[in-house]
Design a protein around this ligand. Structure first.
Ligand code: C2E
Ligand code: MG
Ligand code: MG
Length: 719
């Protein structure tokens, strides 16, 4: 359609197929080329319009330069025919205005044909200078004009296609961060594709090989020199990745050139790609694959790799490798949610980092398990070293608004004594840690050399057998006497569980209690223990033997809903008084959920039971809570008893515990008394009662009467 809107009435709209009339209605197909005719002579306009329309073009007419510019900006024609001599804005100025792009950016590329007078040869050169593509002289030869128009339009179409291809290529290059370079082999001069500096964000580009080398980090410089000389001398392709520039301007470039044979012999031509973000992304992906996202610590395989590297770098050094495992992490997850569990892990890993020496290697091995490797000085004593951080690691933390006690168990091995490579060292530390975990309440840390070479227990098959053990009546109780030091009387016994395994014989609770806890079987087995201990106590009562019966409770069992009702059922069945029973809960189990523990302990206390804190001194109690617990007895861990004769600090601790207990009205029982000397020290330190192999090993119920009768001097007052 030829449009006249906004144009002077002299701009004539023309129909496409009939002879042009000044006001003909106009229709046209979108997509047919359009031609703008700017001429002040209406006859010429009509003539040209008629000729072009007959050939299928869309025509827009304008009567002078100003209208021509307006029509151009409105219709963006594919070609312009413009008369040289016009009143007002003449043909040259109109041409220049269009070419300048001021009426539309297409003006820079559109074909412009100048119409000059027959005798006006002098205007041809200025017309080309003003930007004309071609010219036609008047009078108009219509067939020639339409041919020139067709020719100019096809050329323009080719140019446009080329321009579009170039634009596409340029934007593809920009997206791929790709550019081109060229090197003069003789002078070393470098040329770069347009926009390369902008692409790299550099103020300028190296103009020669020397400048390029100066930008390269020293370790790459040699590689660059070699690659360039091989490529230029042997006419071979080049493919090399370099990091250039510094700070914000640092870029990693991949320089490539193809095989140059057949090309200009003094020139190397190639492409470059800015792979900085790609490599940063890859590095990040690699980092994430090797590091734990939550704590930022190396994951197991990375930790092992780093440890292996360190060991091979200094094969004569000694190393301590430890595995630390947060106890009952799943309980935190269950009670407070996964985020709280995550928080516990982060806090623990942070504290671990803080209390380790700076050369230590840390890693997160799996869920709640961390690896540590520390180089040891010649004089360093591994256990002493560990003791330093053990004490500051386990403690109460505020997580999700609750005070949570984060405890852990650890196993350690020493290089080269226990194993000679990273994997084996970690394996040995893990084995020791598992044993330490199964002995919770005794030792938080075990060393590989302390556990010897016992084969790893087939935990899974043991678990399968455990499922059957209660049903097969394989459990039994043994009793270890406790002696009141002032009177030398046997004041009570502790019931200790044993499992008679069909093939392995009697198995210690240290091995199977953790499995019972993990599988939840502890609830039923623990219930059986209480019932059987009550049955035995009733039997002794009938025989005139009046003893306090201590029963160990697991935290899992203790926190079961309805626990207090269950224990009362057994007490009532055997017509016992709750005060005859002392319920032992370990310090770390009590501190797992202090508020919940407090609630249950108060209930039990109200019912008349006596409460003992077992293995006291091995955990790191929040004294604040302990003082709120309704405690009757503190059982001092046998670790203190062990060292009481040699170690002044153990004596000082036991003394302060007995003073504290006396002040609060607690009874103190020292566990693990193995010698007369230990017993004497404990008496001097005001401990109330003792329990241990010196007095008696745990024994079957039917031996207790005989023991009391025949123990001799040990039970004779005065001691
Ligand atoms: P525990 O409650 O601290 O029990 C004392 C442990 O120390 C017993 O080990 C006992 O045999 C041992 N022992 C006593 N005197 C000495 C001594 O002079 N030297 C040495 N080296 N050891 C001595 P046992 O019977 O192997 O029990 C280990 C742990 O298993 C107990 O520590 C207790 O935490 C747990 N346990 C035992 N029976 C039960 C039970 O019925 N239920 C629950 N939940 N845990 C139990
Ligand atoms: Mg106990
Ligand atoms: Mg104990």
């Amino acid at each position: 359609m030829i449009e006249s809107s906004g144009l002077d009435p002299t701009t004539t709209p023309l129909s496409r197929h009939s002879a042009p009339q000044a006001n003909d209605p106009i229709t046209y197909d979108q997509g047919v080329p359009s031609v703008l005719v700017i001429d002040d002579d209406p006859t010429i306009r009509l003539l040209i319009a008629a000729g072009l329309q007959r050939k299928g073009y869309r025509v827009v007419l304008a009567a002078d330069g100003r209208q021509g510019l307006e029509a151009f900006s409105q219709h963006a024609p594919d070609l312009v025919l413009v008369d040289v001599g016009m009143p007002g804005l003449d043909g040259f100025d109109t041409l220049r205005a269009i070419r300048s792009g001021q009426v539309g950016y297409m003006g820079q590329h559109v074909p412009l044909l100048m119409l000059t007078g027959h005798d006006d040869v002098g205007s041809i050169n200025p017309a080309f200078e003003a930007g004309a593509t071609d010219f036609m002289t008047k009078p108009i030869n219509l067939p020639l004009l339409t041919e020139r128009v067709r020719y100019a339009l096809s050329g323009a179409a080719r140019e446009r296609a080329l321009r579009e291809a170039q634009l596409e290529q340029a934007s593809a290059c920009k997206l791929a961060r790709l550019g081109f370079w060229q090197m003069d082999v003789r002078s070393g001069a470098l040329q770069w594709s347009e926009g390369a500096a902008e692409l790299l964000g550099w103020p300028s580009l190296p103009a020669c090989v020397a400048e390029l080398k100066a930008l390269v980090t020293p370790d790459y410089r040699q590689r660059l020199e070699t690659a360039l000389s091989v490529a230029s001398q042997n006419r071979e392709g080049l493919d090399l990745e370099l990091t250039l520039g510094q700070g914000n301007l640092e870029r990693t470039l991949r320089l490539q050139s193809v095989d140059q044979s057949g090309a200009h012999e003094h020139c190397l031509v190639g492409a470059f790609q800015d792979v900085t973000s790609l490599r940063a992304f890859e590095d990040k992906a690699l980092y994430l694959a090797a590091h734990d996202e939550l704590t930022g610590l190396p994951k197991r395989h990375c930790f092992l790799g780093l440890l292996g590297e360190r060991l091979s770098q200094a094969p004569d050094a000694r190393w301590l490798v430890a595995v630390l495992d947060i106890s009952r992490l799943h309980r935190i997850n269950e009670a407070l949610g996964i985020r709280a569990g995550d928080q516990a892990l982060v806090l623990f890993s942070r504290r671990l980092g803080q209390c380790m020496p700076s050369q230590a290697l840390l890693g997160r091995l799996e869920a709640g398990s961390f690896g540590v490797a520390i180089p040891l000085s010649d004089s360093a004593e591994p256990r002493q070293l560990c003791q330093q951080w053990l004490s500051s690691l386990a403690r109460t933390q505020w997580i999700a608004g609750e005070e949570v006690y984060i405890d852990f168990t650890a196993g350690a091995s020493v290089f080269p004594d226990d194993a000679q490579d990273a994997e084996a060292l970690l394996g040995a530390a893990l084995q020791a840690q598992r044993l330490a975990r199964s002995q919770t309440g005794h030792r938080r840390l075990l060393f590989k050399h302390e556990i010897g070479d016992r084969p790893h227990i087939g935990a899974l098959s043991l678990e399968a057998h455990l499922q059957q053990a209660l049903h097969k009546e394989e459990f039994f109780l043994v009793y270890q006497p406790q002696q009141h030091l002032a009177t030398c009387h046997i004041s009570g016994v502790e019931a200790l569980l044993r499992w008679r395994h069909a093939r392995r014989g009697v198995i210690s609770p240290v091995e199977f209690i953790p499995l019972l806890e993990e599988t939840g079987l502890i609830v039923d087995v623990g219930d059986w223990v209480i019932r059987d201990a009550c049955r035995q106590l009733a039997e002794w009562n009938r025989d005139g033997l009046h003893l306090r019966m201590s029963i160990n409770l697991s935290a899992v069992q203790f926190n079961q809903p309805g626990f207090t009702q269950r224990i009362m059922t057994h007490v009532n069945t055997y017509r016992l008084a709750p005060k005859q029973l002392e319920l032992e809960i370990t310090e770390s189990a009590a501190m797992g959920h202090p508020e919940q523990t407090l609630k249950i302990l108060l209930e039990l206390k109200d019912l008349g039971f006596s409460i003992a804190i077992d293995d006291f001194g091995t955990g790191h109690s929040s004294y604040n809570y302990l003082l709120r617990f309704p405690i009757d007895t503190l059982k001092i861990d046998r670790g203190f008893t062990n060292s009481i004769t040699e170690d002044r600090s153990s004596r000082a601790i036991v003394r302060s515990l007995t003073t504290l207990s006396q002040g609060l009205g607690f009874r103190t029982i020292a566990e693990g008394v193995e010698s007369q000397r230990q017993r004497d020290y404990l008496e001097a330190l005001d401990v109330d009662e003792i329990q241990g192999f010196w007095l008696a090993k745990p024994m079957p119920a039917d031996q207790l009467g005989a023991f009391i009768t025949h123990a001799g001097d040990k039970l004779k007052p005065p001691c």
